[in-house]
Design a protein around this ligand. Structure first.
Ligand code: GLC
Length: 549
């Protein structure tokens, strides 16, 4: 059985990682070229975003063929080389399986369009209203109605995302068999990890209009989702104890996650949930500007820690991915306290109970790029919502302010390797602009600096392997009500850990409720932090205190 409690996964949005062939777009050989860097960081797995043939309407999450490599990103031989070279360095690959929908350019959808009845039933078709209205009022996650009319068929198909991403009909057993074959294909290539994209949306309940919202309550954690995951597990990855899996769970509930990621439920190894990242939304609405709610952040993060633990289920823990803005810009400080705040945020995540995920560039403290014009944006969701905000009457400047904070493109700018003109990402014009601050924030200036953010992440990753209490200890919150300190304990019979973080630039006095006799300071972001009961915490100060019993 692979011990994923001790592992750390590095997410490689390879399109923006490293361009090996000078076309401005990152590629698989680019990942291979940087494996030594990842080995130095110490990660166990690389999650690769989808590299399959795709029209790239949603950056590869619109898959046209699940068992091939898009020529823009390389060849199957490049993939195999990457896999071999990674293995030599003790790193495994995790592939991204986008099974809720396919691109409308996928052969299955094309056959459905051509009227092949076998393939029509691969997708979800419904009749609209007599007056040309869609089948119901569900909204696409990318804006607009979730149904697309096809005049030749006189019928509508469901797309919870872009109109070019048609939802698959999991009720059809043939669809489920096809998807099992995809997993087997990649298992045959030695792949030991799978991430399942928005996998809690695959089982649709009833197709009613939603008089209370956008329709998500009818298809989120739907009626057959556990059965479908169980079946997929048994038929494919469940036969290999070395394989780890993670499900991306959109607007999920904790009760469902106990099953998705239970140690004995036969579904997945772990789950991504997003409630802790909606603390700068208003309800489910992200296209607004409000300060983040710290108390809510703690409550959510900590209740998932205790809830999942009480039910013997496992979290993936993270701040960042290709859909989230940069965490230093979001919860930390881009200015004077850039370094201590980035380190503090890393510490919060890496000492939790769960498998930590590092998103490329997080380990060097990359920030949001601050784009100022629409032509700098590439993301379909951001561009759609810019227009939606403008249509609602919002001033252009305010719409830009919102995009600068919430756009998914904030995390998709090229990896900042060095201070050179192209930031060491590419010789050519990159497909999306590089953040100009690569002159100061870059990997080259950090890899050998013992005080860098990179060095801090490296230590965090190593500590999880060294100390069982970090990988497997029980979790308990400390001083929940404190307005600026986020603190918790981890505990096994043999070890104790106390993790204390000042989440703000304002100094804070804090008295530790745990008796710190015998504790030492294992890690901090200030040179002289000490294990003391009465602490005067400096801006973003973060301490990891340890005692062996
Ligand atoms: C997931 C992906 C996101 C994509 C969406 C639709 O949320 O992370 O990038 O747009 O699913 O596939």
């Amino acid at each position: 059985m692979y011990d994923f409690h001790k592992s750390v996964v590095y997410q490689c949005y390879f399109k923006s990682f490293y361009d090996s062939n000078g076309d401005g777009v990152g590629d698989l050989r680019g990942v291979t070229a940087k494996l030594d860097y990842l080995q130095k960081l110490g990660v166990d797995y690389i999650w690769l975003n989808p590299f399959f043939p795709s029209p790239q309407r949603d950056n590869g999450y619109d898959v046209a063929d699940y068992c091939a490599v898009d020529p823009r990103f390389g060849t199957m031989a490049d993939f195999e080389e990457l896999s071999r070279e990674a293995e030599k360095r003790g790193i495994r690959l995790m592939l991204d399986m986008v099974f809720n929908h396919t691109s409308t350019e996928h052969e299955w959808f094309q056959k459905a369009l051509a009227g092949d009845p076998d393939y029509e039933d691969y997708y979800i078709w419904r009749e609209g209203g007599p007056d040309g209205t869609p089948p119901n009022n569900w909204e696409s996650k990318f804006g607009g109605n979730a149904w697309q009319y096809v005049p030749e068929k006189g019928n509508w198909y469901l797309h919870l995302f872009d109109p070019t991403q048609a939802d698959l009909n999991w009720e059809n057993p043939r669809v489920r068999k096809e998807l099992q074959n995809v997993i087997r294909f990649w298992m045959g290539k030695g792949v030991k990890g799978f991430r399942f994209d928005v996998v809690n949306l695959i089982s649709k309940g009833s197709y009613e209009s939603d008089d209370q919202g956008d329709g998500r309550r009818f298809y989120t954690d739907g009626p057959r989702v556990h059965e479908f995951l169980h079946e997929l597990n048994e038929a494919t990855f469940g036969t290999d104890a070395e394989i780890i899996t993670v499900g991306e769970m959109s607007s999920t509930s904790m009760e469902n996650c106990y099953k998705y990621a239970g140690a004995d439920t036969g579904e997945l190894s772990m789950v991504f949930s997003f409630h802790h990242l909606k603390v700068d939304f208003v309800g489910n609405e992200k296209w607004v500007l409000v300060p983040f709610d710290f108390q809510k952040l703690k409550n959510i993060l900590f209740s998932w820690q205790t809830g999942m633990s009480d039910h013997n289920a496992w979290n993936a823990v993270f701040w960042c991915n290709h859909d989230q803005p940069r965490v230093v810009s979001r919860f930390g400080d881009e200015g004077e306290y850039w370094k201590p705040s980035a380190k503090m945020l890393g510490t919060v995540i890496h000492c939790l109970r769960g498998t930590p995920y590092v998103y490329q560039g997080e380990e060097i403290g990359m920030t949001n790029p601050g784009f100022t014009s629409l032509d700098q944006y590439r993301d379909v969701e951001s561009i759609n919502h810019f227009h939606i905000l403008r249509d609602r009457g919002l001033h252009e400047d305010s719409a830009y302010d919102i995009l600068r904070v919430h756009s998914r493109d904030n995390s998709r700018t090229p990896m900042q390797w060095d201070a050179s003109e192209g930031g060491g990402f590419s010789e050519a014009e990159p497909w999306i602009s590089m953040n100009p601050n690569h002159k100061t924030i870059n990997a080259a200036s950090q890899v050998d600096d013992p005080d860098s953010i990179f060095a801090h992440y490296r230590k965090l990753i190593a500590l999880r392997k060294q100390y069982d209490v970090i990988a497997n200890g029980d979790f308990a919150p400390l001083d929940m009500a404190h307005p600026s300190v986020l603190a918790y304990t981890r505990r096994t019979d043999r070890e104790d850990l106390v993790v204390i973080n000042n989440f703000y630039r304002k100094e804070a006095d804090w008295t530790c409720p745990v008796d710190l006799d015998g504790f030492t300071c294992l890690l901090s972001n200030y040179a002289d932090s000490r294990a003391e009961t009465k602490l005067h915490l400096r801006p973003y100060e973060s301490l990891v205190l340890y005692r062996a019993n």
